[in-house]
Design a protein around this ligand. Structure first.
Ligand SMILES: [Zn+2]
Length: 288
């Protein structure tokens, strides 16, 4: 069955990058709508479907936009944490009304979205949600940093992911591994609460470039090399889990629930979207 929200629910905050105040309202949508962003601050209230073909290439985050003659006419930034929360809640149809170019940073995780969705509940709708079993191995990236998927074993009902990262230059991040099954309970409890992170050096570079001026260690875990600044970890491997959160949100730009065995090593948004592109191509080829 497809699913939407029982009723609208709003969250407020400020954008991580642009720092504008923002209100985002998740509203129910008809079957087969998918996830669609609507920029309420623009008089024509333009729509941006959350689909891979609308992805824009930006650093360290996932942005969507509509282009006309090579020019971006409307854009929405930082969609990945909300997309992961919608996937975790099994929501197939949702109109996301937002009054700024960027979704709120919140606590740097997808947990506030999950809590908001759970506070209003969901409702089933007619129509099947798209589920596809991966049938061929695909790998993107380099020897050092890559993302791959293998077809599921016959007995697999859901996807699994194993993610590894290594930050030798920041010993309090260090080597981390996280493995999980893609089921709602795990997504909501083990992945959604993991927060975005930066090393203290990265944070200094961003803020001295005039970005992220309102961001504090309460919106982004800051690793100093000897510990987390003014905050506490929710999980010892919270960074690896956050990478899986980003992966979950990016993969949902396909609008499909994949069944396969995923494995990432140091991968991020760019490789997430490259893998999704190849997965979608493999489905198109099968249908031809
Ligand atoms: Zn993230």
């Amino acid at each position: 069955m497809q699913k939407t929200l029982n009723k609208p629910v709003s969250l407020e905050g400020f954008g991580f990058w642009r720092c504008d105040d923002v209100v985002v309202t998740l509203t129910p949508a008809d079957p087969d709508t998918g996830v669609v962003f609507i920029r309420d601050d623009i008089p024509s209230a333009p729509k941006i479907p959350a689909r891979l073909e609308n992805r824009m290439t930006v650093e360290r985050r996932t942005s969507l936009g509509i282009q006309n003659d090579g020019k971006t006419i409307v854009q929405v930034d930082m969609v990945e944490h909300l997309m992961a929360a919608l996937f975790a809640a099994g929501i197939t149809n949702c109109c996301v009304r937002v009054n700024s170019q960027e979704l709120p940073a919140l606590d740097g995780s997808a947990l506030p979205y999950v809590d908001a969705i759970n506070s209003v509940g969901t409702v089933e709708q007619p129509g099947e949600r798209k589920r596809i079993r991966v049938t061929q191995s695909i790998r993107v990236g380099t020897d050092k940093s890559y993302l791959e998927v293998e077809p599921p074993k016959p007995e697999d009902l859901t996807s699994t992911i194993c993610y590894e990262l290594d930050y030798p230059h920041c010993s309090d991040i260090g080597k981390q591994v996280f493995s999980a099954e893609f089921v709602p309970d795990v997504l909501q409890k083990e992945i959604a609460p993991a927060r975005t992170f930066a090393t203290q050096d990265e944070a200094k570079v961003l803020q001295s470039a005039g970005l992220c001026q309102r961001v504090s260690p309460q919106n982004c875990l800051v690793f100093t090399g000897t510990g987390v600044l003014e905050n506490q970890l929710r999980f010892p491997n919270e960074c690896a889990r956050h990478k899986v959160l980003d992966f979950t949100g990016d993969l949902y730009l396909g609008g499909i629930e994949w069944t396969g065995r995923f494995h990432g090593v140091g991968s991020g948004h760019a490789l997430n979207c490259q893998l999704l592109e190849k997965l979608l191509q493999s489905v198109t080829r099968r249908q031809e």
